[in-house]
Ligand binder design. Structure first.
Ligand code: FES
Length: 117
């Protein structure tokens, strides 16, 4: 088998296995990633809540925001922004659908430089 430019995407689930409005936790490379179905759009962020380590894949989604199941810290699932302090972001990951497979890139998106002083 030859390496392709797509080698850094891994399949986490098949279309239909993550219900709309919910998420799940999947191993992507060495990371655990929370993948959500937001009205048919798949989005992925780091699964580990930075507060005390709960699994964000088990959180509750409302209007593009996931609330941590333990203490309800909220993060935008499009890019990992912490709603209470938008200067803090957890990692987010590119997601694509190939045929019936939902695939997540193994490396997180680069975070933009912050220069807001
Ligand atoms: S562990 Fe997520 S808010 Fe506390």
């Amino acid at each position: 088998m030859t390496e392709s430019p797509d080698a850094d995407f891994v399949t986490v689930a098949k279309v239909g296995e993550i219900a709309s409005g919910s998420g799940g936790t999947f191993k992507v490379g060495e990371r655990l990633v929370a993948v959500f179905n937001n009205d048919g759009e798949y989005l992925a962020i780091d699964d580990l809540c930075p507060h005390m380590g709960a699994s964000l894949g088990a959180g509750y989604i409302d209007e593009g925001v996931v609330a941590c199941p333990w203490h309800a810290w909220r993060f935008k699932i499009c890019d990992g922004t912490w709603c209470d302090n938008p200067r803090v972001k957890i990692d987010s990951f590119e997601v694509r659908v190939q045929g019936e497979e939902i695939q997540v890139r193994t490396t997180p998106r680069p975070k933009p430089d912050r220069d807001e002083n």
